[in-house]
Design a protein around this ligand. Structure first.
Ligand code: DQQ
Length: 580
C-alpha cells in the first residue's frame, strides 16, 4: 500500500539561525554524528537528545525559571541519590543556559539541610527583587514532615551562575496555618507586586477540605500575611503547582512581566489537579482585592473542567517572563510512562520550552516551541509541491534521522461529505473516542496524520492524527495520539490521547500539525498550537535500528498534504548527559 516517497526531497543543512550561544565556555553543540558507522542511530537508552534532563537520576517539577543578567536559570525537583522520587527528600537542581537549548549543571541550589526543609525542598518559584537580588520561595518539608514555606536568597547576585543560595534563620516565613487540612500547603507561585508596592504570592492549600489558592502579602519578602479570602476556592481538595500571570492582549504573541497590571490586562490562572493534569482559566485579576473573575464562569470552580494545557502526559507546568525576548515561556514535567527509571539510571524530562500567548478569542492559550529550536535544525526534507495521500495510503518521509526531528505539516481535506456521524456519547470524552477508534481503524475523513518512531516493519509506531466527524449539522475534528502500537514491550502504559479541536474545518478546509520527536517523547501541536498533546513512548526497535516517519491517511477519500517540512535535529548539550 505504501507509495513512493518521491515527493519528499531533501536539502542540505542550512546554517543554524536564531540567537547565538552566549556562554561558550560551558556550551558547545554536540557535533557527534547521529548515526553509527553502519548507518544506524546511536542507541540512547531512551535518553532524549534535546529535551532538558539532568545527567542522571530523578527529576520532576520545573521550579523557579528565571532570566537574570543575560542568563537563563532553570531549577527543578531533583533527587541527587537515585532515579526515583524516593521519599521526597528532594533538592533543587540548577542549570544555566544562554539560549534555553544548551544547558550546564551548576550544582544544586537548595538541599534539605535545615530543620525547616529537612525532609525535602519541594516546588516553588524565583523572583528578582528590586536592586537585582534573586529570591526563591519554596515549600520545605520540615523535621516533623509539615509543609511550610521558606525563602532563600542568592548569596552573590553578581555571580552570573547564581551558584550559592542562603536560607535566612527566620524561616519558615509562612508556617502551616491551623485551618489547613491533609498537610496540603505548598508550591508558591512567582511573587508579583501590586500597585500598592506590596508583594503577593499564591500558595495552594487544602482549607477545611477545599482546595484553595491562598494569597499572602509582604512588604519585605520576609514577613508575610495571609489574606482573609482565597483568590480561588475549588471543588476538589488537593491542588498543586499554581501559576498566575498577566498576558498581552488577545492575539498578541508577547509576554508581560508577572507584576504587569492595567485595565486591559487579562490574567491566566493555571492549577494542577491531583488527576495529574494541568488546566487553566483566563480571567481578570484585581490587585486591590486580590480576586480573580473567570472569563468562562460556566466551567465552574473545579479546574478539571477548565481548559486543558496539554491533552497528553504533561504536569506541574510553570511559566516565566523572558525579558530578553519579551515573551512568556512555559516549562513542564513529562514523567516516564513505563514505571522504569531505576534500570536506566534516570527518570523524567521537561517538555521543550514553549512560548505561550493568548489566542484572539481571549480564552485559549497558544503554545509553540521557542524559536531557538531552529538552531538545532540540520538536514531538511520537504515537499516540492502538494501531494495527495490516497485513501488507505502512506508516504514515507525519508532522508533524515527521524528519531530526533521537528516536523511541520498542513493537511487539506477536500471531501468533508465522507465524515462519519459522531455518536454524541463521545462529546465529553474525546480520549475515550480516541481509544475506541485508534489509528488503524479506517474512517470517513481520517484518520490522517503522521506515523512517527515507526519500525521498518511498522509493527511499532506512534500515530498522531486527525479524524473529522459530522455533528449537529457541523463538523468536529478529533486530534489524537495513539500509543497502542508504540512499543512491542509489555508492561508499558500505552494509552490513546484525544481532544476535539476548536476549529471551523468547513471554512478552513485544512488542519496544521507540528510534531517534535525525540527518541522517547512526541510533542504535538495541533491547529497552530491551540491543542497540544505530549506522549512518552518506548519503541523496542530504537535500541538496534532506525526509526521511520510517514504521512498516512486511513480515511475513505484522499487527503492533500499542502505543506510538509521535516528537519533532523542536532543533539543539544544538556547537562553533560549523553548516550548511555
Ligand atoms: N511535586 C512536588 C510538590 C508538588 C508536586 C514535590 C507536584 O511540591 O506539589 O516533588 O508534582
Amino acid at each position: 500500500m505504501a507509495k513512493t516517497n518521491s515527493s519528499f526531497v531533501s536539502s542540505p543543512s542550512s546554517p543554524p539561525i536564531g540567537k547565538p550561544t552566549t556562554i561558550a565556555f560551558v556550551f558547545s553543540l554536540s557535533s557527534s554524528p547521529l548515526r553509527t558507522m553502519d548507518g544506524l542511530e546511536h542507541p540512547r537508552n531512551g535518553r532524549t537528545a534535546y529535551h532538558f534532563q539532568p545527567a542522571k537520576f530523578w527529576q520532576n517539577d520545573p521550579n523557579g525559571p528565571l532570566y537574570h543578567n543575560g542568563m537563563y536559570h532553570f531549577f527543578y525537583q531533583y533527587n541527587p541519590h537515585g532515579a526515583t522520587w524516593g521519599d521526597g527528600t528532594l533538592s533543587w537542581g540548577h542549570s544555566v543556559s544562554g539560549d534555553l537549548v544548551n544547558w550546564a549543571d551548576v550544582g544544586n541550589a537548595l538541599d534539605p539541610t535545615s530543620p525547616f526543609d529537612a525532609n525535602g525542598c519541594w516546588s516553588g518559584s524565583a523572583t528578582v527583587l528590586p536592586g537585582g537580588r534573586p529570591a526563591i520561595l519554596y515549600t520545605g518539608i520540615d523535621a516533623n514532615r509539615v509543609q511550610v514555606q521558606n525563602v532563600a536568597f542568592a548569596k552573590n547576585p553578581a555571580d552570573p551562575l547564581l551558584r550559592e543560595w542562603e536560607k535566612p534563620d527566620c524561616n519558615p516565613v509562612m508556617p502551616m496555618p491551623a485551618d489547613v487540612t491533609g498537610n496540603n500547603f505548598r508550591d508558591p507561585t512567582e511573587a508579583w507586586r501590586g500597585r500598592d508596592g506590596l508583594w503577593r504570592v499564591g500558595i495552594v492549600a487544602e482549607v477545611g477540605g477545599v482546595g484553595s489558592l491562598l494569597v499572602y502579602r509582604s512588604a519585605d519578602f520576609l514577613r508575610w500575611e495571609r489574606n482573609a479570602a482565597p483568590l480561588h476556592a475549588s471543588d476538589v481538595p488537593v491542588l498543586e503547582c499554581p501559576d498566575l500571570f498577566p498576558m498581552a492582549p488577545p492575539g498578541v504573541a508577547e509576554g508581560l512581566d508577572v507584576s504587569a497590571s492595567g485595565a486591559g490586562v487579562l490574567h491566566v490562572l493555571k492549577l494542577t489537579d491531583f488527576a495529574k493534569e494541568d488546566h487553566y482559566m483566563v480571567g481578570r485579576y484585581d490587585d486591590e482585592a486580590d480576586t480573580f473573575v473567570p472569563a468562562e464562569p460556566e466551567r465552574g470552580g473545579d479546574p478539571g473542567n477548565w481548559r486543558r494545557l496539554d491533552h497528553g502526559h504533561l504536569y506541574a507546568s510553570k511559566s516565566f517572563y523572558d525579558g530578553r525576548n519579551k515573551r512568556r515561556v512555559l516549562w513542564a514535567w513529562v514523567d516516564e510512562n513505563d514505571g522504569g527509571g531505576v534500570a536506566r539510571g534516570w527518570a523524567g524530562i521537561q517538555a521543550f520550552p514553549r512560548a505561550i500567548w493568548l489566542d484572539a478569542d481571549g480564552k485559549r492559550l497558544v503554545q509553540w516551541p521557542i524559536e531557538e529550536i531552529e538552531t538545532l535544525r540540520r538536514k531538511r526534507v520537504g515537499l516540492q509541491w502538494a501531494t495527495e495521500v490516497e485513501a488507505g495510503g502512506r508516504k514515507e518521509i525519508a532522508g533524515i534521522v527521524s528519531s530526533q526531528a521537528d516536523v511541520e505539516a498542513v493537511f487539506e481535506i477536500p471531501n468533508l461529505e465522507e465524515a462519519e456521524t459522531l455518536d454524541p456519547k463521545w462529546l465529553q470524552d474525546p480520549k475515550g473516542l480516541s481509544a475506541e477508534m485508534g489509528a488503524s481503524g479506517h474512517g470517513g475523513v481520517g484518520p490522517f496524520g503522521l506515523l512517527v518512531l515507526a519500525s521498518g516493519d511498522l509493527e511499532e509506531h506512534t500515530a498522531v492524527f486527525f479524524r473529522v466527524f459530522k455533528h449537529d449539522g457541523k463538523y468536529k475534528v478529533l486530534m489524537c495520539t495513539d500509543l497502542t502500537r508504540s512499543s512491542r514491550k509489555e508492561g508499558i502504559n500505552k494509552p490513546s490521547y484525544g481532544a476535539f479541536l476548536d476549529v471551523d474545518v468547513e471554512k478552513d478546509r485544512s488542519i496544521s500539525l507540528r510534531t517534535l520527536i525525540d527518541h522517547t517523547v512526541v510533542e504535538s501541536f495541533g491547529d497552530g498550537g491551540r491543542t497540544c498533546m505530549t506522549a512518552r513512548v518506548y519503541p523496542e526497535h530504537a535500541a538496534t535500528g532506525s526509526s521511520r516517519l510517514y504521512a498516512f491517511n486511513y480515511g475513505a477519500g484522499a487527503v492533500k498534504v499542502s505543506k510538509l517540512e521535516a528537519w533532523e535535529l542536532a543533539t543539544a548539550a544538556v547537562n553533560g548527559g549523553g548516550a548511555m
